[in-house]
Design a protein around this ligand. Structure first.
Ligand SMILES: [Zn+2]
Length: 492
């Protein structure tokens, strides 16, 4: 059974693991990535450069406490369904009398994702960590988690926050370092108080969006915005389109890959109720292998996703064959030529309900939530022309990128006033239930994968045979009548 499950694992049997590779493989926590499941001890180092606005330390500290309802900890607990539980220590401020970066960084300013800071920033990072150690921070306390969920000799996460104009970048320090490792050796990760630091995120102090985004890189996520800025990239994602003051959830594919989602796989035709992503973490997957469709319920009304002006189903066409490679060092390719840069064939495409693809128009494009999310009256199915999706043929459908119909349909959508969305989903009737993300543990397997004729009652997700379906159907009818009568009684 174990051997069979291994064979069925999603994706290829890549023998490499890279930094921020969106989990091409998963056995690389520690050396390449921060833990993303279970408890984690995170260190935030405020780095203050003279001549720039001083920190609002109270505000900075508040954002990283567990009781800030809009904060870093609450965000991760919400997005992960409580599966990732960071605890953050804010270190004493490290003060620099002048900009620790070379003169080409005028005003000590670094744009988000500026790769030239990789080489220039090595000494700056090393010195900031050395001073933090000298300030009395015990780095050995930062290792409570790892690949197997226990301490592994690598810190669980380190992030620098500067008071300079620094957009943000996540830095695979161990990959670039050729100099002092702070433990008497040369090259590779820093070693402080006996634990290794392989990668560090850096952001400016005023941008909480970037602080969570850059930390997402440490967890293995890559950028989902367009690195060439011809369009904003993926909108409904913290790793994608920028320019939001509010934090927004990671998209369905990112949460699915992080094993933070309750993943339902669709087989056959089903009428289902999809709960809001923010409170239920539900992701519905149609199709198997490397190319498939994901659906989630997004909208306003919770703590995060405040910029949404309407609730509806976000529908994504995912193709993991697009530029995702686990070979070490290839993360640099993804920074220069991002996985979502091809707006007509990205890794993760926002399928837009109005079929206008206005989000593809320019870098200034912003979601029209009412019409881009799938809501009452919207549907998605095959494009009978069989012509592949492209700028010349921008037709929203469930066809694969080859143009071949997938047998996937989304119809009869009802957004309920309480938040859940009722929808009829259809996927092929067989061979849909064997994909696994991992061998064992939370999020490895679908929560449900129902066969045709199965009925879902009251969120039970139970499978019943065709003979049971008729009886259950009658029960459902009775239940609906009873509910209506109760409502009448209530209203009366
Ligand atoms: Zn980024």
């Amino acid at each position: 059974m174990r051997a069979l499950a291994l064979v069925l694992l999603l994706g290829s049997v890549a023998s490499y693991a890279d930094y921020m590779d969106h989990f091409v493989i998963r056995d690389d926590v520690g050396v390449r990535k921060a833990p993303y499941l279970g408890p984690a001890e995170i260190l935030v180092i405020p780095v203050e450069v003279a001549g720039h606005p001083t920190f609002d330390l109270a505000e900075l500290t508040r954002f990283f406490t567990s009781n800030d309802p809009d904060g870093f900890v609450k965000f991760h607990e919400t997005a992960s369904l409580g599966r990732y539980k960071p605890h953050v220590t804010v270190a004493p401020v490290v003060a620099h009398l002048s900009c620790p970066l070379p003169p080409q960084f005028t005003n000590c300013s670094v744009a988000r994702g500026d790769v030239s800071v990789f080489a220039a920033g090595i000494d700056f990072l090393r010195e900031s960590v050395r001073l933090t150690d000298a300030n009395g921070v015990d780095f050995s306390k930062l290792d409570v988690n790892g690949r197997r969920g226990t301490a592994d000799g690598w810190v669980d996460g380190v992030m620098l926050i500067t008071n300079t104009p620094f957009g943000g970048i996540a830095f695979p320090f161990g990959y670039f370092n050729r100099g002092d490792n702070l433990a008497g050796g040369m090259g590779g990760p820093l070693v402080v108080d006996g634990v290794k630091i392989g990668h560090i995120a850096i952001t400016g102090s005023r941008d909480q969006f970037s602080q969570v985004h850059e930390f997402g890189h440490l967890q293995g996520l890559t950028d989902l915005y367009d690195q060439s800025f011809s369009y904003p990239g993926l909108h409904f994602s913290l790793m994608g389109g920028c320019c939001s003051a509010n934090l927004k959830l990671h998209d369905a594919e990112s949460r699915f890959r992080l094993r933070w989602a309750d993943w339902h796989q669709v087989q056959g035709r089903q009428r289902v109720r999809i709960g809001p992503a923010e409170t239920t973490g539900e992701v519905w997957r149609l199709g198997v292998g490397d190319e498939y469709f994901l659906i989630e319920n997004r909208g306003p009304g919770g703590v995060f996703d405040k910029q949404f002006t309407a609730r509806g189903l976000a529908v994504y066409h995912v193709d993991r064959r697009v530029k995702l490679k686990g070979d070490e060092g290839k993360f640099q390719d993804r920074i220069l030529d991002g996985v979502n840069d091809d707006k007509w064939h990205p890794y993760i495409l926002n399928l837009q309900a109005d079929g206008l693809f206005e989000l593809q128009a320019s870098d200034a494009a912003r979601p029209d939530y009412e019409n881009d999310l799938f809501r009452d009256g919207d549907a998605l199915g095959a494009d009978s022309s069989g012509t592949p999706f492209s700028a010349d043929h921008p037709v929203a459908s469930t066809n694969y990128y080859s143009g071949t119909p997938s047998g996937i349909f989304i119809s009869d959508i009802t957004v309920t006033p309480e938040g859940p969305i009722d929808v009829t989903l259809e996927a092929p009737g067989a061979d849909q239930c064997n994909d696994r993300l991992c061998d064992e543990g939370v999020g490895c397997a679908p929560v449900t994968c129902e066969s045709p004729g199965a009925w879902k009652v009251g969120g039970c997700g139970c499978n019943v045979g065709a003979e049971g379906a008729l009886g259950l159907g009658l029960l459902l009818l009775l239940e609906q009548r009873l509910r209506r009568r109760q409502q009448r009684v209530f209203r009366g």
